[in-house]
Design a protein around this ligand. Structure first.
Ligand SMILES: C[S@@+](CC[C@H](N)C(=O)[O-])C[C@H]1O[C@@H](n2cnc3c(N)ncnc32)[C@H](O)[C@@H]1O
Length: 213
């Protein structure tokens, strides 16, 4: 039976969020299976379809907290290097940094852990905080996507993969064109575990083509 939230002290948006959360089958499934977040099922679906990770993979997880993706992927890979603005509980096989991915100091910390090795997968589930003004929100989202692509271009191995969360009809054409130049295969994918009403979708880019300078 559907659970209703009647607490009158809650703001309407919080009440709607809580009601949806309580009735979400993936939230229940995540709790039952011991995952830190329902997002775990999204990366499992991505792996099922695209087979981006293997036992030897070194993976960077951008926007990792509370850790559902890292939890799943760290069991399938050699090493995960994760970052988030928020702290998260430690996980075996995961090096975690608290910081803003858009800040130079965080990039330096990532560099130190990566230690000039190239990585196999860069994955980003980052979502910027929104202010409700569509134009500004869109710019923030695109700035994050651009920064992830720039980071991936610098750090991926030849043949590596990139996964980016994007919104509203996917990445902007200009960025998409750049990504298509740098990867053999690029595709949008909306996992079944992503809420239908959410504008989020994932850009899956496979087969990084390293530029020789
Ligand atoms: C949807 S959650 C990620 C869920 C995660 N993939 C999981 O499986 O549990 C998005 C995360 O992105 C983080 N984030 C947003 N902007 C960021 C930034 N500039 N730098 C680092 N983390 C960021 C947020 O703090 C938030 O924890």
């Amino acid at each position: 039976m559907k659970q209703r939230v009647k607490n009158k002290r809650l703001k309407e948006s919080s009440r709607v969020w809580m009601q949806r959360h309580l009735n979400d089958p993936f939230v229940a499934k995540a709790q039952k299976e011991g995952y830190r977040s329902r997002a775990a099922f999204k990366i499992l679906e991505i792996q099922d379809k695209f087979k981006v990770f293997n036992k030897e993979s070194i993976v960077v997880d951008l926007g990792a907290a509370p850790g559902g993706w890292s939890q799943v992927i760290s069991k399938k890979c050699k090493q995960v290097i994760a970052i988030d603005l928020l702290d998260m509980e430690p996980l075996p096989n995961v090096d975690f940094i608290i910081g803003d991915f858009l800040k130079e100091e965080s990039l330096k910390m990532l560099d130190t852990i990566i230690n000039s090795a190239k990585v196999d997968v860069v994955m980003s589930d980052m979502a910027p905080s929104t202010c409700g003004i569509r134009k500004i929100d869109h710019l923030r989202i695109m700035a994050l996507a651009e920064a992830v692509f720039e980071f991936a271009e610098k750090n991926l191995k030849q043949g590596g993969s990139m996964i980016i969360k994007v919104f509203q009809g996917g990445a902007e054409q200009q960025l998409l064109n750049k990504i298509k130049h740098s990867f053999q295969k690029v595709q949008h994918f909306k996992p079944k575990s992503s809420r239908k009403e959410s504008p989020e979708t994932y850009l899956i880019a496979i087969g990084f083509i390293e530029k020789i300078s």
